[in-house]
Design a protein around this ligand. Structure first.
Ligand SMILES: [Zn+2]
Length: 456
């Protein structure tokens, strides 16, 4: 047990309640596409109603609704939004040990798609809010519970719909959202990384033009396939600038043991070589840190418009994934593309596919102080660090819509470690230790009390 001083009877109750609710949630298949999240929204509405609490099932289209409930404290004050999404990524049952939508409870785990991403938090937050209500909402301000549709593909529903159509429901000062937070063992310390920001995307296509013709008569010049190969090669070879920023500072300081390597990782002039050294010694750690050091070109699809092996295409499209650090944007990406392809023998044009600017909240804040206080009070040898999400979550939309909001991605796993939890998200045999869901409920409740003025 990695926790300390928690009442065993309370934790047993929390395990029972969160485990049962999570199992029910998993049994509703919200694979996105298509989503069908309304069934989860209605389950949560009924669950809260059973405890005497009324929220709203809202959103469009009708089968893709979210559920929101606002719990007012004893006096006016700031609003904390407890957020998690209802949808999950699809699961191929043939590859699983158990049916992925069974919600099976076995060996102390709840099994199924969504168990760690992120129906665990849909359940844990609900139990936290129910308990706060049962205690008479002993805080100053508002605690908002929201489980929302359409996170995994982000087509404009879910939290974005709420921001646009029902801002009254999601207006807030603080957001606790899904994200990192499974502990990283480090000697006898347990490190918890909170994500205060996230990278943006600047995904693009390069349309490479060529001359058509019969494959039996080789083109001496203008073969779009050959030109596209040169384009891909040049993008891959480009040394992109290294950015040593706040988002990587704590990871380097807390996790890289060698002081000399730490120093080089903090020095922009030496960081690239230092990252290569780190990747040789500790590849998993390098995978965590390297994406925070800037953006990278990741070509993922090459498609020719020739329908036949004996016809030269007029176009080959190279699709490239590219993520931008918070506060940087696609203009820097475009400058790098142009520099990389300068002098390359190819006729191409650039099309943006998906551009969303990355953003970040302040850190540290009273909110991170509250999170740290609750962890250190209840988890042995806990330390909290700050980083950014290298993927994407709904926190981005809230930060963009609500200037000044402090949105953190953090759902702590105290018993199972980061490597175990990360390996299960979006993967086969997704499951969560019930003790960890129970702690997540305890944590959300006590962070709300700590932040909104009544100590837990
Ligand atoms: Zn998620």
């Amino acid at each position: 047990m990695n926790t300390a001083g928690l009442d065993p009877a309370l934790m047993a109750d929390l395990e029972r309640e969160t485990g049962e609710l999570l199992s029910q949630l998993i049994q509703i298949d919200t694979s996105n596409p298509p989503g069908n999240e309304t069934a989860v929204a209605e389950l949560m509405a009924a669950w809260f109603r059973g405890h005497g609490l009324e929220g709203e099932v809202v959103g469009e289209p009708a089968d893709r609704a979210s559920f929101v409930l606002r719990l007012e404290g004893r006096q006016p004050g700031p609003t904390l939004l407890l957020l998690a999404h209802e949808d999950v990524v699809p699961a191929d049952a043939a590859e699983w040990q158990v049916p992925p939508f069974s919600g099976l409870i076995r060996d102390g785990y709840v099994w199924g798609r969504g168990a760690v991403d992120i129906k665990n938090v849909v359940a844990a937050n609900a139990v936290a809010v129910r308990r706060l209500a049962a205690a008479g909402a002993p805080f100053d301000g508002t605690v908002t519970y929201a489980c929302t549709a359409d996170e995994e593909r982000a087509l404009g529903g879910g939290i974005r719909w709420l921001i646009e159509h029902r801002p009254d429901l999601v207006r807030c000062d603080y957001v606790l959202n899904e994200g990192d937070g499974a502990h990283i063992p480090c000697g006898d310390r347990r490190l918890f990384m909170l994500q205060s920001g996230e990278k943006g995307t600047a995904q693009f296509r390069l349309v490479v033009h060529g001359r058509s013709g019969h494959g039996a008569v080789p083109l001496r010049a203008g073969n779009a396939v050959v030109a596209a190969a040169r384009v891909v090669e040049a993008l891959a070879a480009r040394e992109l600038p290294v950015l040593v920023e706040e988002s990587s500072r704590d990871l380097v300081e807390l996790l890289v043991e060698d002081a000399e390597l730490r120093r080089r990782l903090r020095d922009e002039a030496q960081a690239r070589a230092a990252l290569e050294d780190l990747a040789e010694r500790e590849p998993k750690l390098a995978d965590m840190i390297e994406p925070l050091y800037g953006f990278a070109f990741a070509p993922t699809i090459v498609r020719s418009n020739s329908a036949s092996i004996n016809v030269f295409p007029t176009e080959v499209v190279v699709s490239v994934d590219c993520r931008t650090p918070a506060g940087h944007d696609e203009s820097e990406v475009e400058a790098e593309i142009r520099a990389a392809l300068d002098g390359v023998d190819a006729r191409w044009e650039l099309e943006w596919v998906n551009v969303v600017r990355g953003n970040a909240s302040a850190y540290p804040t009273p909110f991170s102080d509250a999170i740290r206080a609750v962890l250190q009070r209840h988890v042995s040898h806990a330390e909290l660090g700050n980083t950014h999400c290298v993927g994407f979550t709904d926190s981005n939309w809230l930060r963009a819509a609500l200037p000044g909001v402090v949105a953190y991605n953090f759902d702590p796993h105290v018993e199972e470690c980061h490597a175990d939890v990360i390996a299960r998200a979006h993967n086969v045999d997704e499951r969560i230790l019930i003790r960890d869901v129970a702690f997540q409920a305890f944590f959300a409740e006590h962070v709300a009390l700590e932040l909104l003025g009544r100590r837990s």
